[in-house]
Design a protein around this ligand. Structure first.
Ligand SMILES: CC/C=C\C=C\CC(=O)SCCNC(=O)CCNC(=O)[C@H](O)C(C)(C)COP(=O)(O)OP(=O)(O)OC[C@H]1O[C@@H](n2cnc3c(N)ncnc32)[C@H](O)[C@@H]1OP(=O)(O)O
Length: 272
């Protein structure tokens, strides 16, 4: 699985048996700019990780000095040249790119974005579809699309307001202003900002391992219910979780969790 070869990504299992797999955006010389190949490979990589029983948590980072510089500008050029005569095929292409980012939500395992350096344009589409976000204080962010005469169309305008609030999202998206990792923390875009990349890597690794040691059925269920409930009424969300848990509460993990609590030991959960 970690041996899978991609042009734009790399999968690394740093600590075998921890359940934590690292997925790197891996075009460091181009600052991990997002190409056609990326949009094809990303959902495939996430699908493979989702269906690998050894994977409990995925950490998404950028190789090199930056998380990601957004869409590859040369790709944007080729898209703009097809604008005049290919509206419908362009629409299909945008929907496919959206679907590639939404693969982060389809993946039942939690995905943690670990952000350093630039996180620009399409990179914000990516991190807002992740489940958890952490960064360095000197990371820098920009919802850059308006500066390229675009309305962001891969998820930022739908997901960012749910994370930082409507007013903040509107301000960031209309101005495209650059903001720091420290401000991203104040806005609630990330859960924590760390003084250095080493601190970030260390903290994310500890957190990922903590989550990976919990019951996979409970972790995946929690991600599924939160995402599902985001798009439902409270009543519909409650109904959904009741139906889901009425099947899942019968899992052996519940028996093991209760026994471990009573016996004051660490639980050992089954893989899914
Ligand atoms: C249908 C449409 C769907 C989605 C649309 C999404 C829109 C967006 O994503 S908008 C955002 C577009 N991105 C940018 O505007 C960022 C541009 N890059 C930068 O600002 C900087 O490169 C940086 C990320 C701040 C990093 O700076 P630095 O470390 O100084 O590196 P550079 O010397 O600038 O770049 C090195 C090398 O990488 C190439 N490169 C960087 N970003 C991109 C990119 N987005 N696309 C293509 N290539 C990129 C840069 O050209 C350099 O190449 P050389 O060949 O070495 O000159």
């Amino acid at each position: 699985m970690a041996d899978e070869k991609y042009k734009t990504l790399e999968v690394v299992e740093k600590n075998p048996k921890s359940g934590v797999f690292h997925l790197y955006l891996n075009r460091p010389r181009q600052r991990n700019a997002l190409t056609h190949d990326f949009f094809t490979e990303f959902p495939k990589a996430l699908y493979a990780l989702d269906h690998n029983r050894d994977v409990n948590v995925i950490v998404l980072s950028g190789a090199g000095d930056h998380f990601c510089s957004g869409i590859d500008i040369s790709q944007l050029k080729s898209i703009s040249q097809s604008y005049h005569d290919a509206g419908e095929s362009l629409r299909r292409q945008i929907l496919a790119m959206q679907d590639s980012i939404t693969a982060l939500e389809r993946c039942r395992k939690p995905v943690i974005a670990s952000i350093h350096g630039a996180c620009i344009g399409g990179a914000i589409d990516i991190v807002t579809a992740c489940d958890l976000r952490y960064c360095t204080e000197d990371a820098f962010f920009s919802v850059k699309e308006v500066d390229l005469a675009l309305a962001a169309d891969l998820g930022t305008l739908q997901r960012l307001p749910l994370i930082v609030g409507y007013g903040n999202a509107m301000e960031l998206a209309l101005t495209a202003r650059r903001f720091s990792g420290s401000e991203a923390k104040q806005l609630g875009l990330v859960s924590r900002a760390f003084p250095s990349k080493d601190d970030l890597d260390q903290a994310v690794s500890v957190l990922a391992q903590e989550i990976a040691a919990k019951s996979p059925i409970a972790i995946m269920g929690t991600k599924t219910v939160l995402l599902k409930s985001r798009d439902l009424t409270v009543d519909q969300g409650l109904d959904f979780v009741a139906t889901m848990n009425s099947a899942r509460l019968l899992s052996s993990d519940l028996t093991e969790a209760v026994a471990a609590q009573l016996q004051k030991r660490k639980p050992v959960f089954s893989k899914l």
